[in-house]
Design a protein. Sequence first.
Length: 112
Amino acid sequence: MRISRWTLLWLLVVGVLAAVEMGVLTGVINASNLIASFFTFVVALVVVSILSIIGAVFVGMFVSHRILSGKGFTPFEQEMLRMRQDVRELTDRVEEIAARIGVSLGDRKKEP
């Protein structure tokens, strides 16, 4: 099984975030120094911004796909349509047989 570059990048980002969280929880990384560091703040802001844009793109793709895609028939509805066509074909065959032997079936063309 081959893992793609994007999956590895995602795992790397999650791993780094988990390591930072564990460092803060164990006291190895002092949170007050992180807040005071402007560079760390900018890096965190950029990472959060990039991830939020990626998430917004995926949510937008999902919503637009759901809105723009036509809703198809369910398997049950497809089977009912096939059965309806079968009934029509059988009715036509019965009418042909009745016409050959000279029997009138009455007005069967009217809709229910």
